[in-house]
Design a protein around this ligand. Structure first.
Ligand code: PFF
Length: 463
């Protein structure tokens, strides 16, 4: 094995950094929304089954490939099969695109944290607060640059002294915060004008209870595809990030255990995010109040916090600090993956690479942050939605490239290098790879078909 200077110190450091990448806005603003939309417990069950089969397969492949090749996406795919270098390049391009807008979202979250800390909870709940903030030509840029700068600083400090060190305190605190807010959410209650009492507990049951009403084959398929696309965005797979992180894992680490822990952490936080958000929204806005994406975090939730009265400011602070941690640790992983690939391609050192990339991304983040003011565009995307710059980047990377890359990589591993490439790595330290049979069937047969369907659906060709 080639000697690498970058390593996580051990299993815990790796698991927390990888969980940091996995836990992000996807857990906080997409999972709860999908669960509420797609039949509560029904979505939860489907998601759980998919995590244990499909998610496990993709996560295992990425991490094992990383550790076996000791390289990032481009180098790893080239090492596996030189003719497949193009897949490495495509994979590398996903974080390159995501990085253009991730710090912008991080900046929005930081701005809201500042708003709550400075006691402006009521102002943030106003109808047009978010729109007027993102369409300003200064504030979103300043916060995006700040977020980008902090991310770059951590990556600049290296794998163990930067990424691992930060993840080791940020992720446990994040976990405690989501638990605290979820417990608080369950205790909420509100009596509306007609005298009806709405409780957090009712909201929680609404979240947990499988809703089979109006379930048709088409709806079931839709739920399945929603869960699938959420899952691999959430686990940060098929974008080379877990390949890079896998390449930093020492040979003696038991990958089986580490992968289980990453899955449990990511799914656990997604579930808890639902438990903190759905009951709170349910109590104050009913089942119609759940928005998706930014509208949930920046429009619906501030209204909920404001309805909580004095406690709302405090809960708002806790919530946006949680969201900063989640987004920062993901943003770090995106920049790290780009950095690692560039270091391998250009044979440059970490510090120089990070400095050059930071300069580029500070400029690009500023442009994307201005996508709601100076650089406003309206583009009709193939899936039917109309998007601005940020949505376009998000659409290309997540809806088009990721499923396509996952499809090609399952074909490469399943049929060309064969699943033993991954299985041998999983058993390298003498550990038993318990889900070996499942892995083989999934990577060769099930995952390619599922990825093909998901690709057709997310590009708008199907449905
Ligand atoms: N996995 C993160 C989430 O669920 O929000 C999102 C993410 C992280 C996406 C890192 C992309 C990425 F490169």
């Amino acid at each position: 094995m080639e000697k690498k200077s970058n390593h996580f110190s051990g299993q815990l450091g790796f698991v927390l950094a990888a969980a940091g990448s996995a836990v992000g806005v996807g857990n906080l603003w997409r999972f709860p929304y999908l669960a509420a939309k797609d039949g509560g417990g029904l979505f939860l069950i489907i998601y759980l089954i998919l995590v244990l089969t499909f998610g496990f397969t993709l996560l295992t492949s990425d991490i094992a490939i990383g550790r076996r090749t000791q390289k990032s996406a481009i180098g790893a795919y080239t090492q596996m099969r030189p003719k497949w270098k193009f897949l490495g390049i495509l994979t590398f391009l996903v974080p390159v695109l995501i990085m253009t807008y991730y710090a912008v979202i991080g900046g929005w979250i930081t701005k809201y944290a500042v708003v709550y800390v400075t006691g402006q909870a009521q102002a943030a709940a106003a109808d047009d607060y978010f729109t007027s903030f993102i369409s300003s030509s200064t504030s979103p840029v300043i916060f995006a640059l700040l977020f980008m700068g902090v991310t770059a600083f951590i990556v600049y400090n290296g794998v163990e002294k930067g990424i691992e060190k930060v993840s080791k305190w940020m992720m446990p605190i994040l976990l405690v915060l989501v638990v605290v807010i979820a417990v608080y959410s369950l205790t909420l209650s509100y009596t509306d004008a007609s005298g009806q009492v709405h409780t957090g507990w009712q909201g929680f049951l609404y979240y947990l209870k499988p809703d089979f009403k109006g379930l048709t084959v088409q709806r079931f398929l839709q739920i399945l595809l929603d869960a699938m696309s959420q899952l691999f965005f959430s686990l940060s797979v098929s974008m080379g990030i877990m390949i890079t992180y896998g390449s930093y894992v020492k040979p003696e680490v038991n990958l089986n255990k580490a992968i289980n822990q990453i899955e449990i952490f990511d799914t656990g936080v997604a579930f808890l995010a639902g438990a903190m958000i759905i009951p709170a929204v349910y109590v104050f806005s009913g089942t119609e109040g759940m928005g998706a994406g930014p509208s949930l975090m920046f429009i619906s939730l501030p209204k909920v916090f404001s309805a909580m009265g004095k406690a709302g400011t405090f809960v708002g602070i806790l919530f946006f600090v949680t969201a900063i941690f989640a987004t920062l640790s993901s943003c770090i992983s995106v920049l790290e993956s780009i950095t690692a690939n560039c270091m391998e391609i250009f044979h440059t050192g970490r510090k120089k690479t990070v400095l050059v990339l930071s300069a580029i991304y500070l400029a690009v983040s500023a442009v994307i942050a201005l996508g709601y003011s100076i650089f406003y565009v309206e583009v009709k995307l193939p899936n039917g939605s109309v998007g601005q710059l940020l949505d376009i980047m998000d659409y290309i990377s997540n809806s088009v490239m990721m499923p396509f890359i996952a499809l090609l990589s399952t074909i490469l591993i399943g049929w060309i290098v064969t699943p033993y490439y991954v299985i041998d790595e999983m058993e390298r330290s003498g550990d038993k790879f318990r889900r070996k049979k499942l892995y083989r069937v999934m990577i060769r047969f099930v995952a390619p078909v599922m990825m093909f369907i998901l690709f057709l659906q997310s590009t708008g060709i199907l449905f």
